[in-house]
Design a protein around this ligand. Structure first.
Ligand code: ZN
Length: 253
């Protein structure tokens, strides 16, 4: 069956005349500004560019298939990481996560990667590099953020939630190892039908960072073995396994 596509004209027409005072306590208003085809090394996608009234940033959705009206659509929320995504920094696992998510979605009939322009867990690029500098002097990732006057995680998903509403997604299966994201999105009105874990083994440079995230920020993370991964989930079904990348994709029933 050929890959379905977003109803572009319909979406653009609706968003062009979309005028609201915003939803929720933060009066968030999000509009789809442009849609285009995006063939990629991970498969055929469409890219959707969004406007919003909240953070002034140009967020994007990389969409596979026609997700409008879709239930249990696999969704990955990826926060921009210039050093990791573009440069291949080994201080974090952002690029591995991005590639694993795009690779997985690229093999599915439908799915979405929301690319959120909130660098450095929301503290911005400049402060992220400041935090790296502190970490070079012995602080861990959480301590460094706190030393700079930030919370451990400053990311905000209200725009992300509205991006999913703009795409008319009914319910999602969230690709994440971070349980806080699930609760956070549910509070924003996103219906979450399940979780798809993305587990990526650490490299020697980011092992400490990942262990800190796991210990201090509640990330579900396992790099000792697969046994613990299975305990993290309810009724897991192995959906696909890529030994080379060490990516284990599992989904709930
Ligand atoms: Zn990163």
């Amino acid at each position: 069956m050929p890959l379905r596509r977003l109803p572009i004209k319909e979406l653009l027409d609706e968003n062009r005349y979309h005028d609201c005072e915003g939803f929720g306590k933060d009066y968030v208003c999000v509009r789809i500004a442009a849609v285009a085809d995006l063939p990629s090394r991970y498969g055929q996608f469409q890219v959707v560019a969004f406007w919003n009234n909240r953070d002034g940033k140009e967020h994007a959705a990389f969409v596979r298939g026609d997700v409008t009206g879709g239930d249990e659509v696999p969704v990955r929320l990826h926060s921009e990481c210039l050093t990791g995504d573009a440069i291949g920094s080994l201080r974090c696992d952002c690029r591995d996560q991005l590639e694993a998510a795009l690779g997985a979605i690229g093999r599915m009939d439908s799915g979405i990667l929301l690319y959120l322009r909130q660098e450095g867990r929301g503290i911005g690029f400049l402060n992220k590099i400041r935090a790296y500098g502190l970490q070079d002097h012995g602080l861990d990732t959480v301590e460094a953020n706190i030393a700079l006057g930030f919370r451990d995680d400053e990311r905000d998903y209200s725009v992300a939630a509205h991006m999913l509403f703009s795409l008319k997604v009914q319910s999602i299966r969230l690709m994440t190892n971070n349980p806080r994201k699930i609760g956070g999105l549910e509070q924003l009105g996103v219906k979450i039908a399940g979780r798809i874990p993305l587990v990526i083994p650490p490299n020697p440079y980011n092992r400490f960072y990942l262990e800190t995230k796991s210990l201090k920020s509640g990330h579900l993370l396992d790099h000792q073995g697969r046994e613990r991964l299975l305990e993290q989930m309810d009724r897991p079904i192995v959906e696909g396994m890529d030994e080379e990348q060490g990516l284990i994709l599992q989904q709930q029933e």
